[in-house]
Ligand binder design. Structure first.
Ligand code: DGJ
Length: 721
């Protein structure tokens, strides 16, 4: 329930009331260190006056002039990229938005909800800006509700979630782009005059080429600990678009939201449209702080069961691909249990009877267990795992259909495909039409029956292996304009229904790797598969990229047979995320088995810090031959350092690495862990005691010249209460 209801105005009023219409207003949206200030002008328009570090003396916000219109429209006097563009029912292509009211409420001590209402003075057309500001995490979520009370439909062709205006000498944008097998490659560039667009039109698997996460440094390129940085992302698992427009005054206008590409639609009279949330933070101390803000928010609010535990698991995908039977699975289950893992995850290839799934050419849509392959069913495997003391999870790709399937034969109207065109297959499959209520029911019922038929099924890996072409819905008929948005909303509605019945069941979000990772989806998912590329060396870069926006507990990271590296190197890379395995464990030799059992035990001991601690990126793989990251728990009593030596020369001097995030006065016992059987730590600091002050000012000589080697170092504060 709401605890405090208040409304801030500094120019004229300071009122605590539920709703109060004002001729002018000054709305402060505060977090612990940040303020977004919106003010009305004498023209009753709403302006952004400030976004940055919070001022100590709130009265001084009065000095700040109006800057630029907070949510710019089209058709009046704005000639830059608008946040919103409409054509009214009478054909008038302009929108004028004037301030009417603000409501600020504090439903919980840690967050405030701010609602600012705007209205066209001539047309009954309303725009409400919503903000949820998370105090401790320094995060603001902003979204917009657009309401048409006109007599005729209003066409919408731009509908940003929010817009930020920034005034700095220069702007440095870090984007995260890539492709299948090479997700989240970081690239920083200086923005020049004009527009830089980061977007996706892929429909499903929308991050495949471009992530909706970005970092924007002001005045100069930022480092981990220095510089002004805005970090932003959009909670939307569909087409998105950011326009970074540097205007004639060198002001940066950033609009963030759903991509209106092929999605210009008519808003019927009496209806409203709500955009997804744009999530952003501001840091005065570099990219590291911005990213820790987002990670803390994600753990506390953004990810399903963010504060909870995760299960270590053995997945059979890279161990068997489609080639398995009950006997092989039994062996894998036994190995998983024997190694100390928590779960076995059965991947693709368990379904289809008329067309049994033998490769990726058939059966998607026929979600019945293949009787010839697994004659005793999934339930029996779940029981077998339970008997050995572990859980059982299953892979599914429920939004898809292969033309070679019973589903395709039975429901030709359920898939997206163009009239009079050949089907454009990708991985031999088509996308089901989630605009269609029967398809949504089918997906929900498929998952529900799976869980009902196999009680004890404890985990789902939800895959999505193609982007959306063939973009035509026979269900929508003449008006296809809501197809893309309807698809994403349809997907969310299935997930919402699923979560109402299964609120906590852990689910991995997968899309041929990390093609679909965002906070719209992670609301329903506990973790994600970052990449099909499981080569440990490449993974250091991929996981580095994700770490800017996602906490380690969500980044599934498996030891596989990919890459000619030592088992220790592979394991140390996987242990910095959510640990899993994707190998035939029985093929390991005795020493490797012993090491693996120890590593899993170590991981479980360290996982609290890895999952829920603060992350510090100490040495970047982008800058040389090493990568070092460090996790510190909130009490600053425990820390874990992962150090990777990449392609380093076998000679030369390595510098000390200064640690971060520790308590200067605490004394820490420093210990190398996860040592391979029969080896000893080569560090002279191993088992010694240092103050946090020393470790952060002098540091430790962690880096090694041995290429493709790694070390895990544990810090434990002595005399912990
Ligand atoms: C793509 C996923 O990323 C893989 O992990 C695996 O589940 C395959 N799909 C199965 O088809």
């Amino acid at each position: 329930m709401f605890k405090i209801i208040f409304l801030f105005t500094f120019n004229m009023f300071l009122f605590f009331s539920n709703l109060f219409a004002l001729p002018s207003a000054s709305v402060l949206i505060n977090t612990l260190h940040t303020t977004l200030l919106l003010k009305t002008g004498s023209d009753q328009k709403l302006y952004q006056a400030y976004f940055g570090s919070r001022l100590t003396n709130t009265l001084e916000y009065d000095h700040l002039p109006l800057f630029l219109e907070a949510y710019t429209t089209s058709g009046m006097n704005n000639l830059f990229e608008p946040a919103i563009r409409v054509i009214h029912g009478d054909g008038n292509p302009s929108l004028d938005l004037r301030y009417t009211a603000t409501i600020q409420e504090q439903p919980e001590p840690n967050f405030t909800l701010t609602t600012i209402q705007l209205k066209d003075p001539v047309y009954p057309f309303f725009v409400t800006l919503h903000f949820k500001s998370y105090y401790k995490e320094d995060i603001i979520e902003a979204w917009t509700e657009i309401r048409n009370e006109e007599k005729k439909p209003v066409r919408l062709s731009a509908y940003a979630s929010f817009m930020l205006h920034v005034d700095a000498a220069s702007y440095w944008l870090t984007q995260f782009h890539g492709d299948w097998f090479s997700e989240m490659r970081m690239e920083e560039s200086r923005l020049t005059s004009g527009i830089k667009i980061l977007d996706s039109k892929l429909g499903t698997k929308t991050n495949n080429y471009q992530s909706q996460a970005f970092l924007l440094a002001l005045n100069k390129a930022a480092t981990e600990n220095e510089g002004e940085v805005i970090a932003g992302t959009l909670a939307w698992t569909g087409n998105f678009r950011y326009a970074f427009e540097t205007d004639n005054n060198n002001t940066l206008n950033l609009s963030a939201g759903i991509n209106p590409f092929a999605s210009e639609f008519a808003l019927p009279p009496g209806s409203s449209f709500t955009t997804p949330a744009f999530i952003f933070t501001y840091s005065l101390h570099g990219k590291g702080e911005a990213s820790r803000n987002i990670q803390r928010w994600a753990i506390n609010y953004g990810i399903l069961n963010g504060k909870g535990k995760r299960e270590t698991l053995l997945n059979n995908w890279e161990a068997t691909f489609f080639d398995f039977d009950e006997n092989k699975l039994s062996h894998l289950i036994k190995d998983a249990a024997g190694s100390g893992l928590d779960m076995f995850l059965l991947d693709d290839g368990w379904f289809g009877n008329k067309y049994p799934r033998k490769n990726d050419g058939s059966s998607l849509g026929d979600w019945q267990v293949t009787k010839t392959k697994l004659p005793h069913g999934i339930g029996n495997l779940v029981k077998e795992a339970a008997d050995k003391g572990i859980k059982f999870g299953i892979w599914i790709e429920p939004e898809m259909v292969n033309p070679k399937s019973e589903l395709y034969e039975k429901h030709p109207d359920w898939m997206l495909r163009l009239p009079n065109r050949e089907e454009d297959l990708s991985r031999n499959q088509l996308v089901l039409d989630l605009n269609h209520p029967a398809v949504r029911d089918f997906i929900y019922n498929t998952l529900d029956s799976l869980l009902i038929q196999s009680p004890g099924l404890a985990y789902i890996k939800w895959d999505c292996n193609r982007y959306l072409t063939n973009a035509y819905s026979s269900y929508l008929g003449q008006d296809q304009s809501r197809l893309f948005i309807g698809y994403t909303l349809g997907w969310y509605s299935v997930l919402k229904r699923f979560r109402a019945k299964y609120p906590t069941l852990p689910m991995m979000l997968c899309s041929s790797g990390g093609g679909r990772v965002d906070y719209g989806a992670l609301h329903y998912f506990s973790e994600f598969w970052p990449s099909d590329n499981t080569d440990a060396f490449d993974r250091i870069f991929i996981q580095w990229g994700y770490s800017y926006f996602f906490p380690s507990l969500a980044i599934c990271s498996h030891v596989t047979s990919s890459g000619k590296y030592s088992l220790k190197f592979k394991t140390d890379v996987a242990m910095s995320g959510k640990l899993g395995y994707d190998i035939v464990m029985d093929a390991l030799n005795d020493q490797e088995k012993e090491y693996t059992r120890d590593a899993i035990r170590n991981y479980k001991r360290l996982s609290g810090v890895i999952w829920h601690g603060d992350l510090y990126r100490l040495v970047s793989p982008y800058e040389g031959g090493h990568a070092v990251i460090m996790h510190v728990d909130s009490s600053k009593n425990n820390a874990v350092i992962f150090s990777y030596n990449l392609h380093t020369p076998h000679f030369g001097h390595t510098n000390n690495t200064r640690l971060e995030g520790l308590d200067t006065v605490k004394m820490y016992r420093v210990k190398e862990t996860d040592l391979y059987p029969g080896t000893k730590s080569g560090y002279d600091f191993h088992e010694k005691l240092f103050s946090g002050d020393y470790l952060m000012k002098i540091g430790l000589n962690i880096l090694r010249n041995e290429a493709l080697s790694s070390n895990i170092i544990e810090l434990i504060a002595e005399n912990q209460p």
